[in-house]
Design a protein around this ligand. Sequence first.
Ligand code: GLU
Length: 306
Amino acid sequence: MTQVISRFAPSTTGEAHPGTLLSALLVWLDARARGGTTVLRLEDLDRTRVKEAWADQIVNALAWLGLTWDATLVQSGRTTAHEAALDRLATMGRLYPCSCSRSDRAGGRRAPDGGWAYENTCRGTPLPPGGWRAVTDAVRVQLDDDRIELVDENGVDLSQTPAREMGDPIVRRRDGVIAYQLAVVVDDADAAITDVVRGRDIAPSTATQVILQRLLGLPVPRYRHHFLLLEASGQGKLAKLHGSIPFSLVRARYRGDELCGVLAQAAGIIDSAGPCTPDSLIARFDWSRVPKVDRVARWTGDLAIG
Ligand code: GLU
C-alpha cells in the first residue's frame, strides 16, 4: 500500500468543541495506525464567518488533546492554486455566472444533503469578456451528467449523479470567496492526500467532489465518513454538535488526557474512560470498533455521550 497521507480540515468559523476533537482524533488514529502522516488544514476561506481567535483556539485544543501534525496549512494562503483551477475550468468552457438566489430554489427539489437542488438554470450563460474574475454573481461549474459509483470505507453507498441530484456547484461565491467544493479538491490533491476521513454530514458532497476531481484530472482519495456527535436543536430535533459544549467549558473540567479517554470510549476504542494519550491508542485502533450511528453529547457538568 502507498504511504497514507491524511488530513483534518476544520473550518475556523466557530469555537472548537468535542465533535471537533473527536473527528481530529479519528483522522489522526486512522493515519497513524497505518504508519501514515497527517496534515492540519485550517479552512478559513469564508471571511464573513471566520475568526483568527477560533483558528488559534482549534490549534491549541488539538495540541492540548495530544495531537501533533506533520504539517499545518492555512487555506487562505492557497489563492493562487484555487484561481489556477478556476482558470482551467474556464478554459474548458465549464464556468458560468449564476444569479439565482437560495429563495429561487426553495420549495423545489430536495438534494441529498437536505438542501434545495439547483436545477442548472443558468447553464449556457456565457462568462463576461473579463472572464470569471469579472463576474459579480456566483460562478458555477457545469458538471458531466455521469453517475458516480462510490462506496466509502465504512461501506456507506454515496453513489449519485451530482449534476442532477445536487446541481452544478458554486465554485466562486458572489462575494468572491472560493467555494468549499473547489477548494477542497484542489487542496487535497496538492497535499497528495490519499485518505479523507471526516464527519457524515459531508458525505452527500463526496460525489460532487469526485466528479470535480475527474474534471480537473486529480486523483481520487479513499473516503471514510465517521459518526457525529449531536446536540438537541429544539423541538426534539438533533443537529450536528455545534455551540452547546464550547471548548472553554470542556477545558475547565478536563485535562487533555482525561478528555482523550472520554472520546476514545465514545468511539469504542477503549472500554472504559480513563486518562490516555492519542499515542497510546494507536496500536489498538480499529474501525470495526467505532460506532456507525451518531451519538448525542450533553453537558451535565461532565461530558455525557449517550
Ligand atoms: N471544513 C469542513 C468542516 O469543518 C470539513 C471539510 C472536509 O473535511 O472536507 O466541516
